[in-house]
Ligand binder design. Structure first.
Ligand SMILES: [Zn+2]
Length: 291
């Protein structure tokens, strides 16, 4: 039975794409939980640590229950905190069934939830379209999931948590022990080191010249992690695509009056999108390097 499934998965393209679309939507639903809860969990942790350092008793200052992690409490409405019926929790379909509103209090559910589920599903399905190698696919799905979380968390909070960037970095090196994605471990290692170093350099040059902060340390770690996956040959394409996407986004958002010259735009999302493009279409525009 299991071997039939595996061979079906490897040789039946349509089956693979549909299965990965469903898995993607489900994982996307979990990514939403991470995107929404991780910043709250971290904020609490830092607050508790600060209190401890100051020798004070911890005082909770948010409206969430004391026990709050990625699994507990059950997902509920952000407004009325009522539990969500199981059918409304079905990825993509649930959102459409409740027409994007809480069934209890009718408050609008952010459309970003649906967006992440659909994007994850499409990216998973596309991965299955370009490869049938199970280990490679698994690695790609892990990579994509982390990137999506980091993109959204950076977009919402201007923060790229070490808990995700550093874990992503180590996972990239592990998956590339035999060069699964990067071609070689050396390429992944050198990529990680150069990725960090180059943005660090840009940061300090920008800071010395303009006396302003453009990037953050989270961006350095994120780029290091991304290159630990795609290897050093991804450096130039990512550093070319990401700012380009950033500029296009900024111009559009500026014309719509959503950003101003004094308001920063997070850079992480563009690094993340560029890395996914390199992952999928890398061979088309990767510049061969001697490593
Ligand atoms: Zn509600």
């Amino acid at each position: 039975m299991f071997s039939v499934l595996i061979s079906e998965f490897e040789y039946n393209l349509l089956f693979r794409i549909i299965l990965l679309f469903v898995i993607g939507a489900t994982i996307g639903s979990f990514l939403n939980v991470v995107i929404y809860r991780l910043p709250i969990i971290l904020m609490r942790k830092w607050r508790a640590e600060s209190y401890e350092t100051l020798g004070l008793d911890y005082v909770k200052n948010d409206e969430f229950p004391s026990k709050f992690n990625l699994l507990v409490p059950q997902s509920g409405c952000l407004s009325c905190h009522q539990a969500i019926p199981f059918w409304a929790n079905i990825p993509i379909i649930g959102f459409l069934l409740v027409r994007g509103k809480c069934v209890k209090c009718a408050i609008k559910i952010p459309v970003a939830y649906l967006f992440i589920e659909i994007v994850t599903a499409i990216l998973f399905a596309y991965s299955g379209y370009i490869t049938s190698d199970i280990l490679l696919l698994f690695a790609e799905l892990v990579f994509i999931s982390f990137i999506l979380c980091l993109i959204m968390i950076d977009y919402h909070t201007f923060y790229l948590p070490d808990e995700l960037t550093l874990l992503l970095l180590w996972l990239g090196l592990l998956f590339n022990l035999h060069g699964l994605i990067s071609g070689s471990l050396v390429s992944a290692l050198v990529g990680a080191a150069f990725g960090y170093a180059i943005l660090w350099l840009v940061y300090w040059l920008f800071r010395l010249i303009t006396r302003r902060e453009g990037l953050g340390y989270g961006d350095f770690k994120f780029l290091a992690a991304l290159l630990a996956w795609v290897g050093i040959s991804g450096l130039i394409p990512i550093l070319f695509i990401a700012p380009l996407l950033g500029i296009v986004y900024f111009v559009i958002a500026y014309l719509k009056g959503k950003v101003s010259l004094h308001k920063a735009v997070p850079f992480g999302p563009f690094l993340g999108i560029a890395a996914i493009m390199v992952l999928f279409f890398g061979k088309t525009f990767l510049i061969p390097l001697p490593i």
